[in-house]
Design a protein around this ligand. Structure first.
Ligand code: ZN
Length: 137
């Protein structure tokens, strides 16, 4: 596994992105709305990983709830896996509490699924399976 990205809850991705750019020199390469998760996302690549800035698009977005409880900051860590369905089955067999029993579509068209923090030491973990960028031959 690799760290695919670290998700950061923000009150607004433009303002947060400006801070990353001005303070750390890290640039946003793309922004995207992920309607299934009620968020807008800005990607800031760093090496083979990236920071994912998250902004709620609705009051019942998971990010709205997180901000109300804890304020802006690290929301989740995403691990890249080869076969997300096999991983979920493995986690389930180990008794892990899954937020998503079935993968859903996340930013960039990846398959994603979240594991409940109660099974992972208090940290929300997202599994990410990236689709093939080009079809083989
Ligand atoms: Zn994420």
């Amino acid at each position: 596994m690799k760290i695919d990205h670290i998700g950061i809850a923000t009150n607004g991705i433009e303002e947060a992105a400006a801070a990353y750019r001005d303070v750390l020199g890290i640039q946003v390469t793309e922004t995207e709305e992920v309607s299934g998760q009620k968020v807008r996302v800005a990607m800031l690549p760093i090496g083979e990983s990236r920071i994912e800035l998250l902004e709620a698009t609705s009051a019942d977005s998971p990010i709205s709830k997180f901000l109300a409880k804890r304020g802006p900051g690290i929301h989740h860590i995403a691990l890249r896996v080869e076969d997300i369905r096999a991983r979920l089955a493995d986690l389930k067999s180990k008794g892990a509490r899954l937020i998503d029993e079935e993968p859903r579509t996340g930013a960039g068209g990846c398959l994603v699924a979240f594991i409940h923090p109660s099974s992972t030491g208090g940290v929300l973990i997202e599994l990410v399976e990236r689709g093939e960028k080009t079809s083989p031959d």
